[in-house]
Design a protein around this ligand. Sequence first.
Ligand code: SAH
Length: 385
Amino acid sequence: MITLRVTPRGAERWVRGHPWIYRSDVVGDASEPGLVRVTDARGRFLGQALHSPRSEIRLRFLERSDRAVDRAWWRERISAAADRRRDIDADAFRVVHAEGDGLPSLIVDRYGSYLVAQLLSAGLETMRDDVVGALVDVLTPTGILLRHDAAVRRREGLEERVELAWGTVPEQVEVREGTIRYHAAPWTGQKTGAFLDQRPNRLAAGRAALPGGRALDCFSYHGSFALHLAARSGTVTALDVSADALARGADNAALNGFTNISWVEADAFETLRAYERARERFDTVVLDPPAFAKSRATVPQALRGYREINLRALRILAPGGSLVTASCSFHVHRADFLGMLAEAAADSGRRVILREILGQGADHPEILTIPETGYLKGAVLTVSG
Ligand code: SAH
């Protein structure tokens, strides 16, 4: 195995709890991706890391000791991650959240008896057989799909394609989330087939829904929030620009025997404005838009977008009504988001109570020293008058 040296600044990052070392902090060069030994500038052993020769992120810290990182090692780490998820009341959730579980660049999501994995670095790709083997040993899935169509693979010099790695994986998998059932689409759906990160927040939305009330789910995708709202509400309107996503939402409603959801193909910005003008009132509103800020530079513009939809949503709430609102933009930090909500509340002219601050589910652990592990933030707000 080759040995790479890192600068004192690089070594310091590891000591302070961040697993990445950038190109400029690696002394010398190696052309092959894979597992490497890492030492400090004086040659003292620091640990083993995944090496990506073409990426800005050159090293991802994996193991402190010099023990072999083999299939048995992966089995141990994957079992530990699975054990941390024992209490989850769903059969679709994230089993491995990469750096959040000490397994940099590895994502593994479970959909019933199927797994969808992503190996997102060149270093990890070289260990594919051991990773897939360990997943089979520990989680005994019926099939493992690699959703390697993720754009970050390009920065690592890796191919982007979807590939079956083990067994069989169907086009659609029926899964359960609390009392709700829905179909995930592992081969073609967003992310690895569904938005698993919002799981506990969908349960929170279900609890916030007024029994028998009128609910609105904007940016509904295949209706994940709408289904939880429908279990308690009188009627639910689910909005999305994607007709295809809404059609799958309607199938999901049928799966649960719900007949109280209407599926509306429309732009959420325009529709919220129209509802406000028409003085429509809802008891529960959910806002779960796509990431408006794709980079740091677009944060101000994104915040204007978030403020606009949150303002409209607050204005159309009936007295005592609740808004469940979220942002999955990594670049919009929790404090920015809460500040934006305060401004929307001020503009709305209503008294707004902060009931709950939301984040990612426990299956997407956010590590305080690794900001990149956290991106989802949200809140439950109630208007008192
Ligand atoms: N709430 C969903 C995930 C939403 S993802 C869940 O928990 O599963 C964001 C969705 O917003 C996508 O389905 C996308 O089609 C939709 N979308 C994007 N721009 C939109 C717009 N301007 N108006 C309405 N929907 C939009």
